[in-house]
Write a protein that binds this ligand. Structure first.
Ligand code: PLP
Length: 354
């Protein structure tokens, strides 16, 4: 097909490449996309089982009203502060469109690569700010002033978090611009900035139920920000898709949020598995950054990450091999259940001793 048929913008796009979701049963251990190794809350199962299937002939509530009320109670913020979307990726996309399209936005040189895809899609003037050699964030003064700022806290794929003081100063330093904090992994470490949205009118916090709540397949994400900024997100959504979150996902998400004790117990298990995984990796020659997430960012002292990735895959284990300029020697490995982590270590030992 000739490119003449396509929009000019298409030539500028750089789509995000998600981790593999294999259909075959050859993969026995999947540690590549930071999913939760434990099942969703029992109430989620019950809600889906009892769901009135006849009701799906109706559209879902366009603003996910009941889910918004549940999130408002859960986070103790006004309902007008909450915006719900089809996964946090969609909320991020709307945020780039609402706040940064045609404007300047900066994000870390090592971070979630979807930010760059969105920046291109929405024709932002974008740039990186460099993380230090150890992947910690730079001094605030080194980050460009008077521009939109986006980052994940804790950051991905580095697994490192910044403290709330840093976020507060950054937002104050850029008071005429949006500071967007992606908290996809906040339940596994770091301190949430959600309560700061009450005082910082330019702060947007984005959350997902894909990680700590074990609901990646439902596609539910949300943001918390002042009513004004939330209204801007709704304007974008309603210019794109009025009904982004299906009715089953809305109901199941409510059940999960109301069952946070169960989620908390899964998080505790993951944190224990993470500690052991980091120790086991260290014992076989890996150095791993101090993780505040449900994944580890690690490199072997002798063996190349691509070699390890391919050898693991042959053995039915998939991890994420990162090919960025500064990440090329690293693997990003999701913290699985104890059995999956043990299996990973056994196979790594086999590869190292080959
Ligand atoms: C930093 C970060 N933000 C957002 C997302 C997207 O999550 P969701 O499943 O809510 O679209 C991911 C997914 O891996 C992520 O790593």
């Amino acid at each position: 097909m000739s490119l003449n048929y396509l929009s000019n913008r298409l030539t500028e796009l750089e789509p995000y490449v998600p981790g593999e979701q294999p259909l075959s049963s050859e993969i026995v251990v999947k540690l590549n996309t930071n999913e939760n190794p434990y099942p969703p809350a029992p109430d989620v199962f019950e809600t889906i089982k009892k769901f009135n299937v006849n009701s799906i002939r109706f559209y879902p509530h366009p603003e996910s009203e009941l889910l918004k009320q549940t999130l408002s109670r859960f986070h103790d913020v006004p309902e007008e502060f909450i915006f719900v979307g089809n996964g946090s990726d969609e909320v991020l996309a709307h945020a780039f469109c609402a706040f940064f399209s045609g404007k300047k936005v900066v994000f870390p040189d090592v971070t979630y690569s979807f930010y760059q895809s969105f920046a291109k899609l929405f024709q932002c003037q974008w740039d990186y700010f460099e993380l230090r050699d150890d992947f910690t964030f730079p001094n605030i003064e080194e980050i460009e002033h008077n521009t939109g700022i986006v980052f994940a806290n804790p950051n991905a794929p580095t697994s490192i978090a910044v403290d709330l003081d840093y976020i507060e100063k950054l937002a104050n330093q850029n008071s005429d611009n949006i500071v967007l904090v992606d908290e996809a992994y906040i339940d596994f470490g770091g301190k949430s900035a959600v309560h700061l949205t009450k005082s910082l009118k330019n702060l947007v916090v984005i959350r997902t139920l894909s990680k700590s709540h074990s609901l990646a397949g439902l596609r539910v994400g949300y943001s918390i920000a002042s009513a004004e900024l939330t209204g801007a997100l709704s304007m974008v959504k309603n210019s794109f898709n009025s009904y982004p979150v299906n009715s089953i996902s809305q109901a199941a998400a409510i059940a999960s949020i109301n069952n946070f004790d169960y989620t908390r117990s899964n998080i505790s298990k993951i944190l224990l598995n993470r500690k052991k995984l980091i120790e086991d990796l260290e014992a076989i020659g890996f150095s791993t950054l101090a993780s505040q997430t449900n994944f580890v960012f690690t490199k072997h002292e002798k063996l190349a990450s691509t070699y390890l990735y391919e050898e693991l895959k042959k053995r039915g284990i998939i991890v994420r091999n990162l090919n960025g300029v500064r990440t090329t020697h690293f693997l990003r490995i999701t913290v699985g259940n104890a059995q999956d982590c043990n299996r990973l270590i056994i196979e790594l030992i086999n590869i190292i001793n080959k």
